[in-house]
Design a protein around this ligand. Structure first.
Ligand code: VGL
Ligand code: ZN
Length: 252
């Protein structure tokens, strides 16, 4: 190896010790004390279902669901692209226990597209329960995607409805905008967040779930099962502290 190549390699290695490119639009300082990811132009934050419905006082309140709001309010400004989703069901939706005589919330039934957990009536279109959490402050959001509006199909995922066929259009939207890396957060970890992250992987996105910006329902072990499945599909589990916000950046 020539001296020039060796010197160039040494220079490259020492640079790599400070900045590691994790994929298009994402870079991270790799030293232990500087291990934050700085989302770039080809990354997006997807904030899943942070609605009145899923926080304290809502029709399907997730334990400590409201705790994600301040975390997400702090994270969103670090992203150049932010998408919000809303669970948005018509009255009499097939996922409601009340639509199935004799059934109770949290029972499971078989529908033409597979198993369906039955829920209390929730996130009914146009009701205050379905509105975004009152304290959520994300003016930078570019798209609010509503899902679950077909009366006979549920849609946990922001990409594909529960029949695993009907697309919401989000995949094409993100691809057309050149987005390659997704950071998913919100409610609930083991349902809409997990299904969104898994579909994101199957559509080829590099996918992170920000654990402390999510809370789970945990129905019969569903939270641990969701993390296991996400891990096996290559979803990366991180914390909000792993994202470089403007203030943490300039502090360095
Ligand atoms: C959700 C259950 C029913 C969610 C939505 O947002 O995780 N869970 N509908
Ligand atoms: Zn729902």
């Amino acid at each position: 190896m020539s001296m020039n190549r060796r010197a160039a390699l040494r220079a490259l290695c020492s640079t790599a010790a400070y900045t590691m490119v994790l994929g298009p639009g994402v870079s991270s300082r790799s030293r232990a004390d500087e291990s934050r990811i700085k989302p770039g132009a080809s990354s997006a934050l997807i904030i899943v279902d942070v609605q009145n419905c899923f926080v304290q006082g809502g029709t399907l309140a997730v334990a400590h669901g409201e705790d994600v709001v301040s975390v997400i309010n702090g994270l969103a400004p670090a992203f150049q692209n932010v998408i919000l989703t809303q669970d948005w069901h018509p009255p009499g939706h097939t996922s409601f226990a009340s639509s199935h005589p004799g059934k109770q919330p949290f029972d499971t039934i078989t529908l033409p597209y597979g198993n369906q957990v039955l829920w209390p009536d929730h996130c009914v279109q146009g009701t205050p329960d379905a509105a975004l959490d009152t304290d959520l402050h994300v003016p930078e959001a570019q798209l609010v995607l509503r899902k679950g509006f077909h009366k006979d199909i549920d849609s946990y995922s922001a990409f594909r409805e529960a029949d695993h066929r009907t697309p919401t259009g989000l995949g094409a939207y993100l691809k057309e905008r050149g987005i390659k890396t997704l950071f998913v957060c919100g409610l609930a970890t083991d349902f809409c967040v997990a299904w969104t992250a898994l579909d994101a992987r199957s559509l080829g996105f590099d996918t992170y779930v920000i654990e402390d910006a999510c809370r789970g329902i945990d129905l019969k072990g569903s939270l641990a099962a969701a993390w296991k499945k996400m891990r096996s599909h290559g979803v990366k589990r991180i914390q909000s502290a792993n994202i470089a916000t403007d203030s943490t950046d300039s502090a360095r």
